[in-house]
Design a protein around this ligand. Sequence first.
Ligand code: HEC
Length: 201
Amino acid sequence: MTRARLILIFLLVLLAAAAWTARQILHHGLSARATPTRLETALARNVRHLAIPANARSLPNPVLAAPQAVREGMLHFADHCAACHANDGSGDTPYGQGLFPKPPDLRRPATQNLSDGELFWIIENGVRFTGMPAFSDHGQSPDSWKLVRFIRHLPQLTPAERAEMARNNPKTAADRAEEQEEENFLKGASPAPETEMHHHH
Ligand code: HEC
Protein backbone atom coordinates (compact mmCIF):
# COMPACT_ATOMS: atom_id res chain seq x y z
CA MET A 1 0.00 0.00 0.00
CA THR A 2 1.34 3.42 -0.82
CA ARG A 3 2.03 5.85 1.90
CA ALA A 4 -0.54 8.32 0.52
CA ARG A 5 -3.22 5.66 0.69
CA LEU A 6 -2.36 4.81 4.31
CA ILE A 7 -2.62 8.44 5.26
CA LEU A 8 -5.96 8.67 3.48
CA ILE A 9 -7.33 5.66 5.39
CA PHE A 10 -6.02 7.08 8.65
CA LEU A 11 -7.75 10.40 7.96
CA LEU A 12 -11.02 8.66 7.09
CA VAL A 13 -10.94 6.69 10.36
CA LEU A 14 -10.21 9.90 12.25
CA LEU A 15 -13.11 11.63 10.51
CA ALA A 16 -15.47 8.77 11.36
CA ALA A 17 -14.41 8.89 15.03
CA ALA A 18 -14.90 12.65 15.12
CA ALA A 19 -18.33 12.33 13.50
CA TRP A 20 -19.37 9.66 16.03
CA THR A 21 -18.16 11.80 18.95
CA ALA A 22 -19.97 14.87 17.57
CA ARG A 23 -23.16 12.82 17.20
CA GLN A 24 -22.86 11.56 20.81
CA ILE A 25 -22.39 15.10 22.10
CA LEU A 26 -25.29 16.47 20.03
CA HIS A 27 -27.58 13.74 21.33
CA HIS A 28 -26.47 13.60 24.94
CA GLY A 29 -24.61 16.86 25.51
CA LEU A 30 -21.69 16.90 27.91
CA SER A 31 -23.91 16.95 30.97
CA ALA A 32 -22.67 15.26 34.12
CA ARG A 33 -26.27 14.26 34.81
CA ALA A 34 -26.11 11.37 32.36
CA THR A 35 -25.41 7.80 33.46
CA PRO A 36 -22.38 6.12 31.89
CA THR A 37 -23.20 3.15 29.67
CA ARG A 38 -22.40 -0.36 30.98
CA LEU A 39 -19.53 -0.47 28.47
CA GLU A 40 -18.10 2.82 29.76
CA THR A 41 -18.31 1.60 33.36
CA ALA A 42 -16.71 -1.78 32.57
CA LEU A 43 -13.91 -0.13 30.58
CA ALA A 44 -13.25 2.43 33.30
CA ARG A 45 -13.10 -0.22 36.04
CA ASN A 46 -10.73 -2.35 33.96
CA VAL A 47 -8.43 0.57 33.24
CA ARG A 48 -8.41 1.47 36.93
CA HIS A 49 -7.70 -2.13 37.93
CA LEU A 50 -4.72 -2.17 35.56
CA ALA A 51 -3.53 1.21 36.83
CA ILE A 52 -3.27 -0.05 40.43
CA PRO A 53 0.08 -1.81 40.89
CA ALA A 54 -0.27 -5.51 41.73
CA ASN A 55 1.78 -5.19 44.94
CA ALA A 56 -0.46 -2.34 46.12
CA ARG A 57 -3.55 -4.46 45.44
CA SER A 58 -2.27 -7.31 47.59
CA LEU A 59 -1.27 -5.19 50.61
CA PRO A 60 -2.94 -6.50 53.76
CA ASN A 61 -4.75 -4.03 56.05
CA PRO A 62 -2.28 -3.28 58.89
CA VAL A 63 -5.12 -1.91 61.04
CA LEU A 64 -6.95 -4.65 62.93
CA ALA A 65 -10.73 -4.89 62.58
CA ALA A 66 -11.28 -3.67 66.14
CA PRO A 67 -14.52 -1.75 66.88
CA GLN A 68 -12.45 1.35 67.72
CA ALA A 69 -10.80 1.39 64.27
CA VAL A 70 -14.16 0.94 62.55
CA ARG A 71 -15.60 3.78 64.63
CA GLU A 72 -12.74 6.14 63.81
CA GLY A 73 -13.13 5.26 60.14
CA MET A 74 -16.85 5.96 60.45
CA LEU A 75 -16.39 9.44 61.93
CA HIS A 76 -13.74 10.25 59.33
CA PHE A 77 -16.09 9.05 56.58
CA ALA A 78 -18.93 11.22 57.97
CA ASP A 79 -16.61 14.23 57.84
CA HIS A 80 -14.79 13.75 54.52
CA CYS A 81 -16.63 11.28 52.33
CA ALA A 82 -20.35 11.42 53.09
CA ALA A 83 -20.94 14.63 51.10
CA CYS A 84 -20.55 12.52 47.95
CA HIS A 85 -21.00 8.94 49.17
CA ALA A 86 -23.78 9.50 51.80
CA ASN A 87 -23.46 8.21 55.36
CA ASP A 88 -24.78 4.78 54.34
CA GLY A 89 -22.44 4.57 51.32
CA SER A 90 -25.32 4.61 48.82
CA GLY A 91 -24.02 7.72 47.04
CA ASP A 92 -27.51 9.18 47.28
CA THR A 93 -26.59 12.83 47.95
CA PRO A 94 -27.14 15.96 45.86
CA TYR A 95 -23.37 16.09 45.18
CA GLY A 96 -23.11 12.41 44.34
CA GLN A 97 -26.04 12.45 41.93
CA GLY A 98 -24.60 15.41 40.02
CA LEU A 99 -21.23 13.79 39.37
CA PHE A 100 -20.23 11.91 36.22
CA PRO A 101 -19.58 9.14 36.80
CA LYS A 102 -21.66 8.92 39.99
CA PRO A 103 -20.14 7.39 43.11
CA PRO A 104 -21.09 3.71 43.18
CA ASP A 105 -23.06 2.21 46.09
CA LEU A 106 -20.12 1.14 48.27
CA ARG A 107 -22.20 -1.64 49.92
CA ARG A 108 -22.58 -3.56 46.64
CA PRO A 109 -20.36 -6.49 45.57
CA ALA A 110 -18.64 -4.41 42.85
CA THR A 111 -16.94 -2.44 45.64
CA GLN A 112 -16.91 -5.06 48.41
CA ASN A 113 -15.13 -7.52 46.09
CA LEU A 114 -12.19 -5.13 45.66
CA SER A 115 -9.23 -6.08 47.85
CA ASP A 116 -8.32 -4.04 50.98
CA GLY A 117 -5.18 -2.88 49.17
CA GLU A 118 -7.20 -1.75 46.17
CA LEU A 119 -9.67 0.23 48.32
CA PHE A 120 -6.74 1.81 50.18
CA TRP A 121 -5.04 2.75 46.90
CA ILE A 122 -8.24 4.35 45.58
CA ILE A 123 -8.69 6.41 48.76
CA GLU A 124 -5.05 7.53 48.74
CA ASN A 125 -4.81 8.28 45.01
CA GLY A 126 -8.33 9.11 43.91
CA VAL A 127 -9.74 8.13 40.52
CA ARG A 128 -8.60 10.17 37.55
CA PHE A 129 -11.27 11.77 35.33
CA THR A 130 -13.89 11.38 38.07
CA GLY A 131 -15.00 13.35 41.12
CA MET A 132 -13.16 10.96 43.44
CA PRO A 133 -10.39 13.04 45.10
CA ALA A 134 -7.04 11.76 46.38
CA PHE A 135 -6.75 11.86 50.18
CA SER A 136 -3.12 10.83 50.60
CA ASP A 137 -0.96 12.80 52.97
CA HIS A 138 2.03 11.05 51.40
CA GLY A 139 2.61 8.37 53.98
CA GLN A 140 1.22 4.99 54.94
CA SER A 141 -1.80 6.71 56.31
CA PRO A 142 -3.52 4.64 59.03
CA ASP A 143 -6.59 6.84 58.57
CA SER A 144 -7.11 5.44 55.09
CA TRP A 145 -6.77 1.87 56.35
CA LYS A 146 -9.42 2.64 58.99
CA LEU A 147 -11.64 3.96 56.19
CA VAL A 148 -11.16 0.60 54.45
CA ARG A 149 -12.29 -1.12 57.68
CA PHE A 150 -15.35 1.11 57.76
CA ILE A 151 -16.20 0.44 54.09
CA ARG A 152 -16.21 -3.28 54.95
CA HIS A 153 -18.62 -2.48 57.80
CA LEU A 154 -20.99 -0.37 55.63
CA PRO A 155 -23.29 -3.27 54.64
CA GLN A 156 -24.01 -3.82 58.40
CA LEU A 157 -24.36 -0.15 59.38
CA THR A 158 -26.92 0.25 62.18
CA PRO A 159 -29.47 3.09 62.42
CA ALA A 160 -27.73 4.28 65.62
CA GLU A 161 -24.39 4.51 63.81
CA ARG A 162 -26.04 6.35 60.96
CA ALA A 163 -27.51 8.86 63.39
CA GLU A 164 -24.10 9.39 64.99
CA MET A 165 -22.63 10.02 61.55
CA ALA A 166 -25.33 12.57 60.76
CA ARG A 167 -24.26 14.48 63.88
CA ASN A 168 -20.68 14.47 62.56
CA ASN A 169 -21.37 15.58 59.00
CA PRO A 170 -19.76 18.93 58.18
CA LYS A 171 -22.11 21.78 58.94
CA THR A 172 -22.98 24.53 56.51
CA ALA A 173 -23.14 28.18 57.57
CA ALA A 174 -26.95 27.89 57.41
CA ASP A 175 -26.91 24.89 59.79
CA ARG A 176 -24.78 26.82 62.25
CA ALA A 177 -27.02 29.89 62.10
CA GLU A 178 -30.04 27.72 62.79
CA GLU A 179 -28.32 26.03 65.72
CA GLN A 180 -27.34 29.41 67.13
CA GLU A 181 -30.94 30.58 66.89
CA GLU A 182 -32.21 27.48 68.66
CA GLU A 183 -29.61 27.93 71.36
CA ASN A 184 -30.60 31.57 71.86
CA PHE A 185 -34.25 30.57 72.00
CA LEU A 186 -33.56 27.87 74.60
CA LYS A 187 -31.60 30.36 76.68
CA GLY A 188 -34.74 32.48 76.72
CA ALA A 189 -33.24 35.29 74.74
CA SER A 190 -35.59 37.44 72.73
CA PRO A 191 -35.93 36.38 69.11
CA ALA A 192 -33.15 37.63 66.87
CA PRO A 193 -33.80 41.23 65.85
CA GLU A 194 -34.93 41.38 62.27
CA THR A 195 -32.44 44.07 61.32
CA GLU A 196 -31.73 42.45 57.98
CA MET A 197 -35.36 42.59 56.98
CA HIS A 198 -35.87 46.29 57.67
CA HIS A 199 -33.68 48.81 55.97
CA HIS A 200 -33.29 52.06 57.87
CA HIS A 201 -32.72 54.99 55.68
C1 HEC B 1 -16.28 14.98 45.65
C2 HEC B 1 -16.96 13.71 45.76
C3 HEC B 1 -16.27 12.56 46.48
C4 HEC B 1 -15.69 12.57 47.74
C5 HEC B 1 -15.58 13.73 48.72
C6 HEC B 1 -15.23 11.21 47.97
N1 HEC B 1 -15.53 10.42 46.89
FE1 HEC B 1 -15.09 8.42 46.72
N2 HEC B 1 -15.81 8.44 44.82
C7 HEC B 1 -16.39 9.52 44.18
C8 HEC B 1 -16.74 9.13 42.83
C9 HEC B 1 -17.41 10.00 41.79
C10 HEC B 1 -16.35 7.78 42.69
C11 HEC B 1 -16.50 6.91 41.44
C12 HEC B 1 -15.22 6.93 40.65
C13 HEC B 1 -15.30 5.97 39.49
O1 HEC B 1 -16.30 5.94 38.80
O2 HEC B 1 -14.32 5.23 39.28
C14 HEC B 1 -15.76 7.39 43.95
C15 HEC B 1 -15.24 6.13 44.19
C16 HEC B 1 -14.80 5.69 45.42
C17 HEC B 1 -14.37 4.33 45.70
C18 HEC B 1 -14.29 3.21 44.68
C19 HEC B 1 -15.55 2.39 44.69
C20 HEC B 1 -15.66 1.46 43.51
O3 HEC B 1 -16.30 0.40 43.65
O4 HEC B 1 -15.17 1.79 42.44
C21 HEC B 1 -14.04 4.29 47.02
C22 HEC B 1 -13.54 3.07 47.78
C23 HEC B 1 -14.24 5.61 47.56
N3 HEC B 1 -14.71 6.45 46.56
C24 HEC B 1 -14.04 5.95 48.88
C25 HEC B 1 -14.07 7.28 49.35
C26 HEC B 1 -13.68 7.66 50.69
C27 HEC B 1 -13.23 6.71 51.78
C28 HEC B 1 -13.79 9.03 50.75
C29 HEC B 1 -13.45 9.97 51.91
C30 HEC B 1 -12.09 9.89 52.43
C31 HEC B 1 -14.31 9.48 49.45
N4 HEC B 1 -14.46 8.39 48.63
C32 HEC B 1 -14.61 10.79 49.14
C33 HEC B 1 -16.61 10.76 44.74
C34 HEC B 1 -16.15 11.20 45.96
